[in-house]
Design a protein around this ligand. Sequence first.
Ligand SMILES: [Ca+2]
Ligand SMILES: [Ca+2]
Ligand SMILES: [Ca+2]
Ligand SMILES: [Ca+2]
Length: 153
Amino acid sequence: MNRKTSVQCGLGAATALFLAACAPQQAAFDLADADDDQKVSLQEFERYMLEAVFAEADADGNAKVTFEEWKAANPDADPEKFRAPDKDGDRMVSPEEAEAFFAKQGTWADLFDKIDTDNDGYVTSAEAVAFRDRMAALSGTTLQQLQQAADQK
Ligand SMILES: [Ca+2]
Ligand SMILES: [Ca+2]
Ligand SMILES: [Ca+2]
Ligand SMILES: [Ca+2]
């Protein structure tokens, strides 16, 4: 994906990467399916989403996300909320801090559950497509909106 597309899509759309709003569905799915067994486990999903979200936010690619970078990718960013994952208080979020934060919040597990409609612990390409179609109505979907939608099920 080129820089322009990723800026237009914004951070919430890192989620949409998987849902193919910004990337060809099959390409995103194949990327997430690290062991190539045609299904995405929660572990694969978490790894993929973390990397996608982090790469999306880390504009200068130095493996640290500053609040300014976060805000650029996510205009509604709240400084208070940004501080939550920043465990060592250096005003930057490292991949490790992001991983711990998302794991604690259950962010990816909740989303994964929502996509894995037959609850077999794997997301198939068909389930990913079905989920994208369900979410298609929510244009400009942010991660927060996705979580809210998941909460309301
Ligand atoms: Ca797999
Ligand atoms: Ca950075
Ligand atoms: Ca930090
Ligand atoms: Ca499934």
